[in-house]
Design a protein around this ligand. Structure first.
Ligand code: FES
Length: 149
């Protein structure tokens, strides 16, 4: 599972992301990537679980989100606060062609072909037809234990 080599799928995914982002940015008249409102953070992956302490300023308000990264994850995971005690964990893998979605306040946007999802991962507009993958979460106090199966 752990590999530093770029396999075929990773290569295609990254190539698609790059080309899609470049064409979207060009079409939108913006010269760069879509900015994300979810800061990236490193996360530990322990036996298919990601324990993450949610008592941080970046997750203090409902609708706040962070992008959890770990080299063993194929795609980062967005952890988003829904309420005082509830969170949602969503894969950043766009279900259209596999680019990485980015959180922009209340919408998760794909930079490649314009798909958009709400903060639950449901489709707002295509071309994607499928919701984002969600992960189960067990709360232990302020620790959100994301079950990565
Ligand atoms: S990969 Fe095409 S819209 Fe996301």
């Amino acid at each position: 599972m752990i590999s530093n080599k770029l396999n075929r799928r990773d290569f295609l995914k990254r190539s698609t992301e790059f080309l899609g982002a470049a064409s979207f940015a060009s079409a939108a008249g913006i010269g760069g990537c879509i900015p994300s409102t979810a800061p990236a953070m490193k996360a530990e992956l322990l036996q298919n679980k990601i324990p993450f302490d949610t008592a941080i300023p970046e997750l203090s308000k409902n609708g706040d989100g962070v992008k959890l990264e770990n080299d063993d994850l194929e795609y980062p995971i967005l952890l988003i606060r829904k309420s005082n005690s509830a969170f949602v964990a969503i894969s950043t893998e766009c279900m259209h062609l596999g680019c990485q979605v980015r959180m922009q306040r209340t919408v998760l946007r794909c930079p490649c072909h314009g798909s958009a999802y709400d903060l639950e991962g449901s489709v707002l507009n295509g071309p994607t037809e499928h919701p984002l993958k969600r992960y189960n979460i067990r709360m232990k106090g302020t620790i959100a234990e994301i079950l990565v199966l």
